[in-house]
Design a binder for this molecule. Sequence first.
Ligand code: PLP
Length: 287
Amino acid sequence: MSRIVFLNGSFLPLEDAKVPFMDRGFLFGDGIYEGIGVLNGRLVDNEAHLERLERSLREVRIANPYSRAEWTRLEEELVRRNGMVEGFLYFQVTRGVSERDFFFPEDAQPTVAMFTQAKSIVHAPVAETGIAVVTVPDLRWERRDIKAISLLAQVLAKQTAKEAGAQEAWMVEDGFVTEGGSSSAFIITKAGAVVVRPLSHAILPGITRKSLLELSKEEGIVLEERRFTVEEAYDAAEAFLTSASNFILPVVTIDGRPVADGKPGPLTQKLRQLYLKMAGAPAMAAE
Ligand SMILES: Cc1ncc(COP(=O)(O)O)c(C=O)c1O
């Protein structure tokens, strides 16, 4: 069965989904996107993702083509049509099609494109082994809180990581880690505090980050929302990342240096289990 995608009001096979040459997403990277985890055929934290979508659209002044209820219906329909059990749902909204000109077009309709990617998240081998990250300079613009489709800096950062044998890049500005190329960055201090950079224009407000902070608070885990340096990360007791497509992954080396003993840390594993339970993975949660 070919993959079914959604484009501008229609569900259709991927090979039939065509976006016009003059789409501003293609020409300018003029659009925003969302990515949502799917577990047991259910969207994880969808309300929070749709809230962030609304905010991103407002910030770049693209009219939201659908209500929250309509978005949800379309997302669920796409998951259903693809028979997707576990993976990732992606969608983007661009400013639409017009002659190439920087000014907003007067009459263009936003382009809406949505697809699914089946992926094993709960039993991903990297969840057991942990991943390597390398640090790179953060080359992005100053509004990283907007989930913009223009991701050239992250493409370069993540390719650098891959070529260094790592799975993620941690971007660094003024000596402090901002976030991962496509994830939020966390460390755990030797005193057991979970440390994450506070929200600002410097980072994307991760939805998995938000849920994890709420779960940690409920568990009475000490949280420190503050910036941390690369040196502090090298010296941390544990490190991990969060994202909608991976949930929580242990980070076991940073720039080739093992984090503590170079194995996934106990608090990271506990947080992953708590998150899995919240997301509706009952078999894992009992372990
Ligand atoms: C730059 C960046 N930071 C953080 C995240 C994690 O956000 P979320 O948990 O909402 O997936 C992402 C996800 O794509 C990202 O691209």
